[in-house]
Design a protein around this ligand. Sequence first.
Ligand code: GLP
Length: 242
Amino acid sequence: MKLIETASYEEMSQKAAGVIYEQVKSKPNTVLGLATGGTPLGTYRELIHLHLQKKESFQKFYTVNLDEYVGLADDHPQSYHTYMDEHLFQHLDIPASHTHLPRGLAEDLDGECKRYDQVIKQLGGIDLQLLGIGQNGHIGFNEPGTSFNSRTHVVELTESTRKANARYFSNKDDVPTHAITMGIQSIMESSEILLIASGKKKAEAILRLVEDEITEDFPASVLKRHPNLTLIADYEAMSLLK
Ligand code: GLP
């Protein structure tokens, strides 16, 4: 694992955006795995900034997102479809047909999971996967206890994850109880993984990730088996490391 400590959230975001930008520059038809949550917002802002400044086109690149809430329509204000449109896609010249997310309103959820795995396969796999980390070590919505061999599947969200994500909803009870998430195996098959973390509330998760054993009870720990993992975190997130 390559560890990069930054002085601030802004520097973490700039560095992460730089890695993604270089990847798209060297391989315009890059398949980028994308994450949601608060952490990548700065990375997306910086990426848009680089795009506008340097005029690199994103027309040939493809994206596959990690997850989506079950039961939310694509255009629901809190859906990850909406999040991605607002914070990234509408600001780049990427064709809509190149962006992929699981469909939270699919009637046949198992079929939707299979379709999503097929999408990733047909794109030839993920070149670079951007990841955040949940306080309980979840990646995507792979909660503690998820098999390391998992593919796209439906998960029941833990209370702690629903609580952490309640800030985006007007009421905690509005947070969906289930989500569709890319599986751990699909994440691990990416050629490169970029994990970002910021702030004190992630410090314990980063400590466990770096220093503890690899266990399904802490999903992110599997990332240590990946040959090409970079962790970019600010000093607060790194503060408990020796
Ligand atoms: C969500 C997302 C994850 C994300 C995590 C951390 O539940 N499904 O992909 O990494 O929460 O979010 P944040 O960056 O807001 O702390």
